[in-house]
Design a protein around this ligand. Structure first.
Ligand SMILES: NC(=O)C1=CN([C@@H]2O[C@H](COP(=O)(O)OP(=O)(O)OC[C@H]3O[C@@H](n4cnc5c(N)ncnc54)[C@H](O)[C@@H]3O)[C@@H](O)[C@H]2O)C=CC1
Ligand SMILES: CC(=O)C(=O)O
Ligand SMILES: [Mg+2]
Length: 628
């Protein structure tokens, strides 16, 4: 049976008069309202709920944009104000609310209203995901610093007070033996992307226990906004194995397990069980490990990387972004990238991020020098690593095995006027590096003394990467760097800072060197290639594509990372590079209708088109009700 009708409704909105409504009733479901909110040719979405259940479901809710026909068929009539509003007007009304806080909020990262803006956005996220992501995508430069670093750090720190509605899943040490069944409590049949943390090192803020869930939500927001992963297929996960944060252990309002962190085999048993559970329910999911303390970050990566589709963002994503930035810094000196192995690099911080960068940079240099063992050994001499105890040498007692390959020879250091434990300022004075890179989580570590010492750099254009997050943990600000070292430097920071007016008509460009330029594309490329693992080659391809994204003109101006407003395009490029490499390495097994054979036939441009066609866009679908 089919029913068609046109109904004139008295309304102030002339747009409504233009809406042609038809309802087709067939079998035990109804196709509802192909209205101006729906793109022609799009398949309707089947839902198994009606009435308030739809309005309370952020995946399907359209709020006041439900057409009258949909309201009738989904039993919504009377549950919404009568005026049907277009998605554009909906967003306009929302933005008025959000922009209320704008007046005193133009000074970027120190935004006094950041948390209030986060609350407004979070409430929208809870009631209407399509609209939330439309706002985020259309204003990514403005709101990435709210849903991601730096504000997400503040949100994690204040999580107990901010908690309203749960989002994502919590697996705790108390759930041992139950995870395989618990995982079925999640309502989505398909999950493409999980970001998981154990809360042990959230940005540079230390152990925040269960409150670390915020960072997984923020990272997945970027997966949706940048990579176009369908928001119904992302899952933020917190694995609560306790916390060693004394304040949280004693806080009566803390929402997590108030016990010390599990360690050793007990800890591994929990993570193993979680991995088995999620891959049993969703065999094709990709799991991104986020903000695990370095003690576990490397061990878990080694444990799972050849058996599961997973990667560690802090170790591998950061490494790729840093490599792209370091290559950009070489180009910015007017030199070819192949000169990278000549760069002297001082790294402050030897944790999961610092060591990840060091390993990747050393391998990149070795590849440029001939890709053999001799090249690999000689590349090591380009790095000086300083951690909380100073310069790391072979004289270090109980040296961390991950840092050992970068420990400097004592005699050689003696000849350079350095010793075990030498301070960062001493190292910079003696080495006169081309690059000073911070992943230490210590705000202000690049003090005036350190920056003054960098004036003697042998580089024609020294580079400073103050990559620690959030803003207050940055090793220095761009103002400090440009004011001490002058115009002729390259500057990048992990969290966003504004460019610096150098007062002579020139602008000191502040790049954002953050793994957000890579992880969305790594995840999307892995998904669409159908690779069972995330290989080193795929990660390398991602980094190289990011490095190549910047034009010669941009890098010469000191712009070594693109503006975040281009993040969807960058992510498409990175995903395409990852797919190409997965095909090249014979790892690609295909995705949905695109099987491995078809994938192999695609040209570079066709791969990009394939990526674009598989990106989700924030448009309201036509909803079709079907009984369970
Ligand atoms: N920009 C980006 O994309 C990323 C930035 N990060 C940031 O990097 C920072 C570190 O992260 P992880 O390596 O995972 O942390 P971690 O805690 O594993 O490592 C910190 C390292 O810094 C060293 N350190 C501490 N005090 C120091 C000092 N005074 N001088 C020199 N070194 C010192 C520690 O000894 C340790 O080696 C965090 O702030 C994090 O937000 C991490 C990943 C990505
Ligand atoms: C950006 C990031 O992953 C971090 O700061 O940990
Ligand atoms: Mg991280």
């Amino acid at each position: 049976m089919a029913i068609f009708w046109n109904r004139a409704r008295s309304s102030s909105s002339p747009l409504l008069q233009r809406i042609k409504r038809h309802v087709i009733t067939g079998g035990d479901y109804f196709i509802l309202s192909r209205s101006f909110t729906t793109l022609e040719g799009h398949r309707p979405t089947i839902v198994h709920k009606r009435s308030l259940d739809i309005l309370h479901d952020p995946w399907f809710n359209k709020g006041t944009a439900f057409s009258m026909t949909e309201r009738d068929r989904l039993d919504l009539r009377g549950l919404l104000p009568p005026n049907v509003v277009s998605p554009d007007v909906q967003i306009e009304r929302f933005m008025v609310d959000l922009k209320r806080l704008e007046v005193q909020a133009r000074d970027g990262p120190s935004d006094p209203n950041a948390l209030a803006k986060w609350r407004i956005l979070n409430r929208l996220h809870d009631r209407n995901e399509t609209m939330y992501y439309k706002v985020l995508i259309n204003n990514i430069e403005e709101y990435a610093p709210i849903v991601y670093t730096p504000t997400v750090g503040l949100v994690c720190q204040n999580y107990s007070g901010l908690f309203r509605r749960p989002r994502g899943m919590y697996f705790s040490a108390e759930d041992r033996g139950e995870m395989m069944s618990m995982v079925y409590n999640w309502p989505a049949e398909q999950v493409d992307m999980i970001v998981v943390t154990d809360g042990s090192r959230i940005l540079g803020l230390g152990d925040l226990g269960v409150q670390g869930i915020g960072i997984t939500i923020g990272k997945l927001d970027l997966y949706v906004a940048a990579a176009g992963i369908n928001p119904q297929r992302v899952l933020p996960v917190m694995i609560d194995v306790g916390t060693n944060n004394k304040k949280l252990l004693e806080d009566p309002l803390y929402l997590g397990l108030q016990q010390h962190r599990l360690d050793g085999d007990d800890y591994l048993a929990v993570i193993d069980e979680f991995m088995e559970a999620v891959f049993t329910r969703w065999p094709n999911v990709i799991v991104q490990f986020e903000d695990f303390q370095s003690k576990w970050a490397f061990k878990l990566l080694q444990r799972y990387r050849t058996t599961y589709r997973m990667f560690n963002d802090d170790v591998q994503g950061t490494a790729g972004v840093a490599i792209a930035g370091l290559l950009g810094a070489v180009r910015a000196q007017g030199r070819p990238m192949i000169d990278f192995p000549k760069q002297k690099i001082v790294v402050a911080g030897a944790g999961s991020a610092g060591i990840g960068v060091l390993n990747a940079a050393r391998k990149t240099m070795a590849r440029m020098l001939g890709n053999n063992e001799v090249a690999f050994q000689s590349a090591k001499s380009q790095f000086w690593v300083v951690d909380a105890k100073g310069l790391i040498t072979e004289g270090r007692e109980n040296i961390d095995p991950d840092a050992l390959p970068f420990a400097r020879n004592l005699k050689e250091m003696d000849r350079q006027g350095l010793r075990e434990g030498a301070s960062l300022a001493e190292v910079v004075k003696q080495v006169k590096p081309d690059v000073l890179l911070g992943l230490s989580a210590v705000g202000g570590l690049f003090s005036n003394e350190v920056l003054e010492a960098l004036k003697d750099s042998t580089s024609t254009r020294p580079a400073i990467f103050a990559m620690s997050n959030p803003t207050k943990n940055a090793e220095c600000t761009p103002d400090e760097a440009f004011s001490i070292l002058g115009d002729n430097i390259i500057f990048a920071s992990g969290s966003p800072f504004s460019n610096v007016d150098l007062g002579n008509g020139n602008i000191g460009h502040c790049n954002q060197g953050n793994n957000m330029y890579l992880f969305p594309g790594i995840g999307l490329g892995t998904l669409l290639s159908g690779s069972r693992i995330v290989s080193d080659g795929m990660l390398q391809a991602a980094a190289e594509r990011l490095a190549a994204y910047m034009s010669e003109e941009e890098v010469l101006k000191g712009i070594i990372f693109p503006s975040i407003s281009r993040i969807r395009d960058i992510t498409k490029e990175i995903a395409a590079a990852v797919i190409e490499e997965a095909v090249e390495e014979d790892l690609a097994e295909g995705y949905h209708e695109m099987d491995a054979r078809e994938l192999r036939k695609l040209s570079r441009d066709e791969i990009k088109e394939y990526v674009i066609n598989n990106m989700w866009n924030p448009e309201y679908p036509t909803l079709v009700y079907r009984k369970d």
